[in-house]
Design a protein. Sequence first.
Length: 441
Amino acid sequence: MLPAVFSDRMRRLLGAEFDAFLASYDRPRNTALRRNPALPGPALPQFCGERVAWEPNGFYLLPDTRPGLSPLHDAGLFYLQEPSAMAPARLLDAQPGERVLDLCAAPGGKSTQLAAAMRGQGLLVCNELHPKRARILASNLERWGATNALVLNEHPARLAERFPAFFDRILVDAPCSGEGMFRKEDAAVADWSEETVRMCADRQAEILRSAAQMLAPGGRLVYSTCTFAPEENEGSVSRLLRGRPDFSVETVDAPWFDRGRPEWLDDPAPGLEHTFRLWPHKLRGEGHYAAVLRRAEIGARGDIPQQRLVPLPDAVRDFLRLLGTDRTHGLAFGETWYLPPAELPALDGLHVLNAGLRLGEVRRGRFVPAHALAHGLTVGARSLSYPADAPETAAYLRGETLPGDAEGWVVICADGCPLGWAKGAGGVLKNHYPKGLRRLK
């Protein structure tokens, strides 16, 4: 049951379209996954139907399939993501070698999408304000195999102080009233109110102001929500444009989406008709909004000191050479070593969850690889692959020891896609799959 005030507002705004909009709530939801282009595994025909038009790696799921139960999901071969939610990161169009910020990044769907586009090159900063959600974000990026991601747990205003005019591209998938998720989440309906809409619009204005401060001259910013409320969509963008005349709406070719509705505001800023609305009665996805903004090339690009790196311990360097990587310097947080992304800014005073690729720890002179390292580097001969549906694969995910002649550290794979580490000795492979990820059966 939709909130009556919400229905009345949508009927007033949509007019003749309202009946089609309302009927969309009676149709089955569209579910999808996005394949990891960095992994060589299977084409996933057992799960996938048509391609998502606006995301080359996105596919609608076939009915009655549960890909989240597949070991290939644990291996990072795909990310389960609502189809419309794939649009903002595609509109941002991040490129390898750039400085990119995902400001409100949890749980990580859009961050992994940006990581795929960047192909491990450049700096991807993924931030989440709430600590628990930030940990989920870091875990999803590790499973995806992202090697160039700096994961932070900070308030946007504090980041704006640290990174003025620093980023080439910024994604702001803002917290919102969630009206576009009513068909998907009962909690979104229960939590909705007009006061929530107003509160979200105020919060979005603050977040957007911080994001604008961090965008370099000539840079691109994509603002998105999963709500229909004009106050949170065209209204939030209009307020930013009024306060920042160096920003404008960029015209982007995206024929799958409907236009923005400046006529729903009393005093709209120019260009809002070139923003995008994704309607559940017009495409196979939930309700979203997205605006592509460009900052004028006025002023200087921000530059801040880079993080000083230190030589990697011999045990770490020797292990990396076994994997075909000859890196000499890295970064340590406590006992844990990282390979940081390029142009890593100074991290002093920031709450850092991940600073690139987590390598592992040196214990009593011996290197113990981190789970993230199994996903983040091509391990070649240091791997042992089983079919995804093999009993050995299921046993490994339960945390069981496997038989095997390999000696030393090896990565256990499912259909060639990495699951995690095992250590071979004496004809057995001791399981090092993280206990928190293990399956019960």
